[in-house]
Design a protein around this ligand. Structure first.
Ligand code: F6P
Length: 504
């Protein structure tokens, strides 16, 4: 880190540490400064970071750090389609999928989306016969986004019954088989590389299942979603049923590309287009706003405050909306695979912490399971709450009122705490949280929420000086699993004993 970066850190480390209650007491404008409502295509979203320890002095210190770390340049490079992933010599053009980026990439994405739209609408029109089910096979980014999108947006009246299968454990695929009629089932094989072991083994088993259940042309029921169309052709998929996407779209940023095909099939093309629109609005906000007015950057300031200045090793996200129950696992991949690294973008050892462990769950369930530690445990966990004002259900409004009361009540309790002479009943308080409150959850808001987190992740990477777009950490375990499969290699005594016990 250069001198400017060092001095920004020195300044940040020297800042006083007022409590949250003191921050509110000292500044009547705090809410205006740290709770911001963005008007977006799907309705407004309120981003309330006022219950974090950010204050004006931190904002100034982090702005200095952002400048020292070349935030403006790295952001410009991202949107220009320049190489922002130097270890793999690639751009990261997920925003072009949403229509914001280098002109030629935006055009290419639009053309590929048009191809995808035609296929989705042809299926809906019955061109591929009676299609009632889709088994979507993929893993990591090729599964988490589709699963989240379908669970959030196609709960009622889905246009197709989609089963997302990722695990190589055959139990996962068997559960999908049990729920589908082979005569009316399509199989989507979703893999950026079209080489991922789990996906290719699951895909082969799905083909075998179709074949042994009376489907004559099993390959004719397969749709490939991939950045490696040649490999899909080699594997046996007809070119007309391959939906490609550009190599410059990373796996965990690929929901916007043809990897989003099952969302469009289940929720309809218009819904998918709205997801892109909502994300594009956040792209423009992130590209065009500066300093703490830039909400993903402001969130990253708070993230770095907690990891670097307060030593927090985890960050939790609780969705107070059943439709977003898969969001925490989506964010886990986004944040941990992007920023869980110990090398800087220049290949030097990282000073300080990388990304915190991201975890979470759904409210109110999590309150009855893990919130004890958040309120009284000895580790500090910054928490994000995500909720929508409009209910997703048609039941008595008491349900939703109670859900929101719990969401807001938890944030208030974490901050306020409660004194008690009885240590077991005392709450220390001063525990930070941020709240993201949507007017309504709909396709555009979902797109905006995800894009917000993508840019927050990118901003975090820039502030700590790492490349968020590679993931070499996942390779070693895969290699060892392959050499176990192949046989002949020797391992440590514990692994050898496990292999022997399992008869492998
Ligand atoms: O192993 C990690 C990873 O490469 C993720 O980054 C990716 O989302 C996942 O595997 C699936 O990869 P693919 O889409 O190429 O099958």
């Amino acid at each position: 880190m250069d001198q400017a970066g060092q001095s920004a850190w020195q300044r940040l480390r020297a800042l006083p540490r007022p409590k949250l209650s003191e921050l509110f007491a000292a500044d009547g404008e705090r809410l205006d400064q740290f709770a911001t409502k963005l008007d977006l295509p799907g309705g407004a979203i309120r981003f309330d970071w006022s219950k974090t320890h950010l204050d004006s002095a931190h904002l100034a210190g982090f702005a200095e750090l952002a400048e020292a770390m070349g935030f403006a340049e790295r952001r410009a490079a991202l949107f220009a389609g320049a190489v922002v992933n130097p270890s793999e010599g690639r751009a990261a053009e997920h925003t072009a999928e949403r229509g914001v980026g280098k002109d030629s990439s935006v055009e290419e994405a639009a053309a590929l989306h048009e191809r995808m739209r035609l296929l989705v609408e042809a299926i809906h029109a019955g061109v591929l016969g009676d299609v009632r089910h889709l088994i979507h096979i993929g893993i990591g980014g090729s599964a988490l986004g589709p699963a989240l999108g379908i669970d959030a947006l196609a709960r009622d009246g889905a246009l197709c019954d989609v089963h997302v299968v990722s695990n190589i454990d055959g139990c996962a695929l068997e559960a999908a088989f049990a729920a589908c009629d082979p005569a009316t089932t399509l199989v989507a094989v979703a893999s950026k590389t079209f080489t991922t072991t789990e996906t290719m083994i699951n895909a082969a088993s799905a083909l075998a299942w179709l074949g042994s259940n009376g489907v004559d042309d099993a390959y004719g029921r397969v749709i490939a979603l991939t950045a490696a169309p040649d490999k899909a052709v080699e594997w046996g998929v007809d070119e007309t049923r391959i939906l490609p996407f550009p190599e410059s779209v990373g796996g965990r940023y690929s929901l916007w590309s043809s990897i989003g095909f099952p969302i469009a099939l289940a929720a309809g093309w218009d819904a998918f287009a709205e997801i892109l629109k909502g994300a594009a609005a956040i792209d423009r906000h992130f590209r065009d706003s500066n300093g703490a007015d830039n909400l993903p950057l402001r969130a990253a300031f708070a993230d770095v405050l907690y990891t670097h200045l307060r030593g927090c090793q985890t960050r939790a996200c609780f969705a107070y909306d059943e439709r977003l129950r898969l969001l925490p696992s989506y964010l886990q991949q986004l944040e941990m695979e992007s920023n869980g690294k110990s090398a800087t973008i220049d290949g030097k050892p990282l000073e300080g912490s990388s990304a915190p462990i991201t975890w979470g769950g759904v409210g109110t369930d999590a309150q009855h399971a893990v919130f004890q530690l958040l309120h009284q445990g000895t580790v500090l966990v910054p928490v994000d709450f995500i909720a929508a004002i409009q209910p997703g259900d048609d039941l008595d409004p008491a349900h939703h009122r109670n859900l929101l009361a719990n969401c807001f009540g938890q944030g208030a309790a974490l901050m306020a705490g409660r004194e008690s002479a009885d240590r077991a009943r005392a709450y220390p308080g001063d525990r930070p949280s941020a709240t993201i409150l949507c007017d309504a959850l709909n396709p555009a808001t979902l797109g905006a929420l995800i894009a917000f987190h993508e840019h927050r992740t990118f901003a975090n990477a820039v502030l700590i000086g790492i490349n968020p777009f590679d993931q070499f950490g996942v390779e070693l375990g895969k290699e060892i699993a392959k050499s176990i499969e192949k046989g002949g290699a020797r391992f440590d005594p514990s692994t050898e004993a496990l292999l022997q016990a399992a008869g492998i």
